[in-house]
Design a binder for this molecule. Sequence first.
Ligand code: WT7
Length: 655
Amino acid sequence: MSVQNIDSVLQEERLFPPSSDFVQAAAINDAETLAALRRRAEEDYEGFWGDLARQELDWQTPFNNILDQSRAPHFRWFHDGRLNVSYNCLDRHLEARGDHPAIIFEGEQHDIKTLSYRELHAQVCRFANALKAQGIAKGDRVVIYMPMTPEAVVAMQACARIGAVHSVVFGGFSAESLKDRIEDAGARMLITADGGNRGGKIIPLKQAADKALAHGCPSIERVVVFKRTGHDVDFNAERDVWWHDAIDGMDSSCEPEWVEAEHPLFLLYTSGSTGKPKGIQHASGGYLLGAILTMKWVFDIKDDDIYWCTADVGWITGHTYVAYGPLAVGSTALIYEGAPTVPDSGRFWDICERHKVSVFYTAPTAIRALMKCGDDIPAKYDLSTLRLLGTVGEPINPEAWIWYHKVIGGERCPIVDTWWQTETGCNMIAPVPGVVATKPGSCTLPLPGVMADVVDDKGNSIREPNKGGYLVITKPWPSMLRTIWGDDERYVSTYWPKFDGKYYLAGDSARRDKDGYFWIMGRIDDVLNVSGHRLGTMEVESALVAHPRVAEAAVVGRPDEIKGEAIFAYVVLKGDRPEGGVDRALTKELRAWVAEQIGPIAKPDDIRYADNLPKTRSGKIMRRLLRSIAQGEEITQDTSTLENEGILLQLQGKA
Ligand code: WT7
């Protein structure tokens, strides 16, 4: 695993400064203010974070100690202070903004409701009291397996209110994954729903939960079931309780449990390159500080914004930018339960128009899928309330970026491309949009206080422009993960394995251009070595999707006797898949195209056409699976989360 000499050959030169209207209205809108923040962080790192933590958070007991590094790489932030995350998200807004909408919810069937801060606070308190009545106390783990409804946020906030540690499991995960996560966390309670709505169908959550519990999960004592769909479900009277019965008669105020800043707020399971999912453990104070600051710095959030992050609460993005960040700053979060294609692929734009969404945050995979549907669909909607757009999750290819910018943003809205991870808790490398000009495909510059670097195998900073290396964070930051639940050794060996354990290893490769902008090149294990040249898989993919006939592409390496690694590309075309998955003329054209875009070195050796790419339900391409297929290996990976198992044969060239 070496990233030395990763050569970057794909270079994007276009620069997009924010419009003068945007600059005028932005909270941080001059280079000097931003530079002063960065300077302060450089000169007095602890003072910088300490001041912000005092300014942005309400503390029940103020802290004296800012950063404790005595047990590195286990860091503690503000550890002698006490606070409550739910109090910071709800109570502190009640006086000035009690009637302001906290959540606007829209279901797939157009069931719409709005909850003011006062109403959300009352719901959270009642449910928190119900949790206590069911015997849940500080430190207990509670697994949440819910549809994307306001009650998912209520459940998370209620846990935070009483100091219980939630672990949200994405509703698209199977019973088996749910069971593994419940068992790893040792959860006492499961909060679920009869079902959820997506694509006109019912997602049978309770059924999956029953199945998970039937095969294990001895730690679960109680299952709380929210009635969402109203269809018939099995009910175990000794174990299960309906949400509406559990809150019946509960008081709508609940004194928050004041916890130490380091008290775990939640666990969130994420996959690593090997082994079972890791329970990423986040703390309370530092995490919330990161969420608040990035809502302000990156999303430039204002009192009257309608903020829509399309992520499910089952992912870190849905934690930080749905359930916590928008509320902590007193903003309005929009939540949509259904699919983007119901009743048609204009649904997102329809929601933006009707609810006057001003800040919209989604993933490149969604942008590409909607782009594929054509420009005439968004053209039907009034998107003029949008003022800022965001992307997260993978590098966005310049073609999709430009489409997002022109067709959705009307060339008016800056695009914040935000690099971060489940582990980092909040945006780390991203533009401060009133100041930093953007470049399509770059997440731009580290935020103030984020000490990101690109280093070689020995940990030396790479200064030469466009030379790739390891992306590392050289100083601890408040919203960082604290450990992996139940496997601290894995925490140390995964994130601090090199450079004498001094730098946090993100697992991504990156380069910096001549302006110091960061370009994420892919995961370390996604780096190809072709004839001694290292190439980011993403660069080849980006070149492929720039071809007018290509909708999506995934590139992996296949061992090659002569070149070291050969490039294997899986391609989804904009029209129909060629008969039998073969089109020699097009393959020749695409190879020449990539050669032209990047250089002959990057030409794919094999191209296979499929109707779609193997993705997890969260939209991540299953690269290890593609690598196995490229190498003609037996498939040993779990393919149960595949959206369409039938494409395996296509990818293998057997259909
Ligand atoms: C990995 C983290 C953080 C929320 C969503 C994913 C990739 C994330 C970007 C971006 C290029 C990105 C990285 C990272 N990634 N954002 N803006 N540009 N790559 O969270 O599942 O923890 O995945 O996603 O490879 O390490 P996650």
